[in-house]
Ligand binder design. Structure first.
Ligand SMILES: NC(=O)c1ccc[n+]([C@@H]2O[C@H](COP(=O)([O-])OP(=O)(O)OC[C@H]3O[C@@H](n4cnc5c(N)ncnc54)[C@H](OP(=O)(O)O)[C@@H]3O)[C@@H](O)[C@H]2O)c1
Length: 247
């Protein structure tokens, strides 16, 4: 067991989550990295330990399965007694008009993008409190990867946009209820980021025209460096060359 700072990051096997893992590891955080496939998160954890000399472990969990979420937090707590940052990054996209949305699909999107965030926050709260109590000058941070679509919806992405709007609202509620005791939350709301999630767009928006995963990771690095007196409900990140309201 260690008293050093630690973080739990979901969706850390690739994309934005893997970049956030690099930035936090470079800042000396010990890490629990999660995604659905154990071998993927084991590989990421081994790379982080080799590159940064921190302690990291991979824990497989499927955010669509509520029964796996408390176990994920318990696995973090068994290794690290405090949680200085909870990064709610994993998410799923979904393309389709509202008219044709299937209710099971809507439930799945809301479970992965929103419901899991509520449950992971609830289970993590004792460890976030422990971090805030042990380091009152730094506090503890919850970072949720929402989306610019949760601020300015676009056609054919309505369920995804609604789930991300709900996540933004959750972050505001966390701040209302917990920021005074040192636990602050931020919804990061980017336009298109060049990851696997946006690979289907490559013929309409070239990856070079998208935000880079490490741009988002550096923002997360800045957020965890803030004192708990500074509450940042959300950061909207637009793409260069757009009017700032489109993904
Ligand atoms: N890329 C964008 O343009 C963009 C823009 C705004 C917001 N975001 C948000 O940013 C976050 C990260 O996106 P990304 O672009 O980095 O996506 P990505 O490259 O597709 O990576 C998604 C990550 O989430 C994990 N994941 C997916 N479904 C999961 C599930 N049911 N349970 C557990 N883990 C799951 C994936 O791992 P496994 O598949 O191995 O489980 C992977 O590690 C998401 O919340 C996304 O909505 C992305």
């Amino acid at each position: 067991m260690t008293l050093s700072r630690s973080a739990l990051i979901t969706g850390a096997s690739r994309g934005i989550g893997a970049s956030i893992a690099d930035v936090l590891a470079a800042r000396g955080y010990h890490l629990t990295v999660s995604a659905r496939t154990q071998s993927d998160v084991d590989r990421v954890a081994a790379r982080l330990e080799d590159s940064y000399g921190i302690s990291a472990h991979g824990v497989a969990a499927d955010l669509s399965q509520p029964s796996e979420l408390d176990q994920l937090v318990a696995a973090h707590a068994a290794r690290f007694p405090r949680m200085d940052a909870l990064v709610l990054n994993a998410g799923m996209g979904s393309l389709g008009s509202i008219e044709k949305l299937d209710s099971e699909r809507v439930q799945q999107i809301f479970q992965v993008n929103f419901g899991s965030a509520v449950q992971l926050f609830q289970a993590s709260l004792p460890y976030l409190r422990a971090a805030a109590d042990l380091s009152p000058g730094s506090g503890a941070r919850v970072i949720a990867l929402a989306s610019i679509l949760g601020v300015y919806p676009q056609p054919k992405l309505g369920a995804y946009a609604a789930s991300k709007a709900a996540l933004r609202s959750l972050v505001e509620s966390i701040n209302l209820e917990h920021s005074e005791s040192g636990i602050g939350a931020t919804a990061v709301c980017p336009a298109y980021v060049a990851t696997d999630m946006t690979a289907w767009l490559k013929d309409t928006v070239h990856p070079e025209a998208m935000i880079r995963p490490d741009d988002i990771a550096h923002l997360v690095g800045a957020l965890v460096a803030l004192s708990p007196r500074a509450v940042v409900n959300e950061i909207v990140v637009s793409r260069a060359g757009t009017d700032g309201r489109i993904a």
